[in-house]
Design a protein around this ligand. Structure first.
Ligand code: DQA
Length: 138
């Protein structure tokens, strides 16, 4: 099974950025942990701060991968383009957030991605990604 984790803007700063909200681990360290936890799954990781690069990666993987775990970060709340990309591909997408966006500012309550995803996991810290992986295991 092939699953890609796609992280959007500012998530390259995980570990340094607002640690009271996003924790103090880097995503690279956590990703290595996930790879050793799910040895039977071919896990890939991609991060970009650029909207078009996120769309390109969804297109590139969205017809051949078994799963896309997408934390589009701030673009979740603004990007019709990423929403359309998710709608346009075949691979089921799980929307993930580290924080519970629904207990935060109201602009974080809107998602342009949510209408076309398999499910949403938010608020479990980095563990949100592990839960998303588990959702693809039968
Ligand atoms: C986030 C929540 C978004 O509102 C925010 O812009 C992020 C990260 C999360 O993982 O909790 O950058 O997607």
């Amino acid at each position: 099974m092939k699953i890609i984790i796609i992280n959007g803007p500012n998530l390259n700063l995980l570990g340094k950025r607002e640690p009271e909200i996003y924790g103090s681990n880097s995503f690279e360290d956590y990703f290595r942990q996930l790879q050793s936890q799910f040895k039977d799954i071919e896990l890939t990781y991609f991060q970009s701060n650029i909207e078009g690069e996120l769309i390109d990666k969804i297109h590139e993987t969205g017809f051949s991968y078994d799963g896309i775990i997408l934390n589009a970060a701030a673009y979740t709340h603004t990007s019709v383009g990423i929403g359309d990309a998710v709608k346009g591909v075949e691979t089921p997408v799980v929307e993930v957030h580290i924080s519970n966006v629904y207990e935060r500012e109201s602009f974080r309550h809107t998602s342009y991605i949510a209408p076309n995803v398999k499910g949403i996991i938010a608020g479990f810290g980095l563990q949100s990604y592990e839960l998303a992986i588990r959702s693809y295991i039968k």
